[in-house]
Ligand binder design. Structure first.
Ligand SMILES: [Zn+2]
Length: 192
């Protein structure tokens, strides 16, 4: 048989279509029966033949905050994977019923003790995380009056770093968010 390999665009590859996540879904959350897999609406999905439940695997929404005050950005050193021991922006997953802005205020306060006011949406990007699967990250600028920061929740340190002297970050995207926030800040102040 003549087999032709077609290279799919990245958004259609196994890594990003939730293929690896399918293994985690074995039993129906609705009726408890074993799930099977069926091609439905263009994808392989866990399906319950007993009750008809279809498990749709959606990206997990998360928020990340870029607080820049006097040329310094607020970072936390992560206590848990992914990226345990490395620095990152205060960030976390949205809870049911939260707006992105409320989730952002909560996460920043939990991880750093800082009360912030969310600003502008910098970026909405997705990435594949080996722990959580496909994650949608909404990055916002944020402002605060009091820069007093202390580590909380799953952060082991919280510190304001000069944006010109950043430590090694856990996620490449966070560096990108910081640079985008700086650019927005410059535009706001008509420096460019
Ligand atoms: Zn079922």
């Amino acid at each position: 048989m003549n087999t032709t390999w077609i290279r799919l665009p990245i958004e259609m590859t196994k890594e990003s279509d939730g293929g690896d996540m399918l293994e985690q879904y074995r039993y129906c959350a609705r009726c408890g029966e074993q799930l099977t897999r069926k091609h439905l609406e263009g994808r392989l999905r866990p399906v319950c033949l007993a009750c008809g439940n279809v498990v749709y695997l959606n990206p997990l929404p998360a928020v990340a905050a870029v607080l820049i005050q006097s040329g310094r950005v607020l970072l936390i050193r992560r206590g848990v994977d992914p990226g345990a021991g490395l620095w990152a922006l205060p960030s976390g997953f949205m809870e049911q019923g939260e707006t992105p802005e409320i989730a952002l205020r909560r996460e920043v306060h939990e991880e750093t003790g800082v009360m912030c006011a969310p600003g502008r949406l910098i970026s909405a990007t997705t990435h594949d995380d080996h722990v959580f699967g496909h994650v949608l990250v909404l990055a916002y600028t944020a402002n605060c009056n009091d820069m007093t920061a202390f580590a909380g929740d799953d952060a082991v340190e919280a510190h304001w770093f000069e944006t010109t002297h950043l430590p090694r970050l856990a996620f490449e995207s966070h560096l990108e968010f910081i640079r985008q926030a700086e650019l927005l800040h410059s535009l706001d102040h008509e420096i460019l």
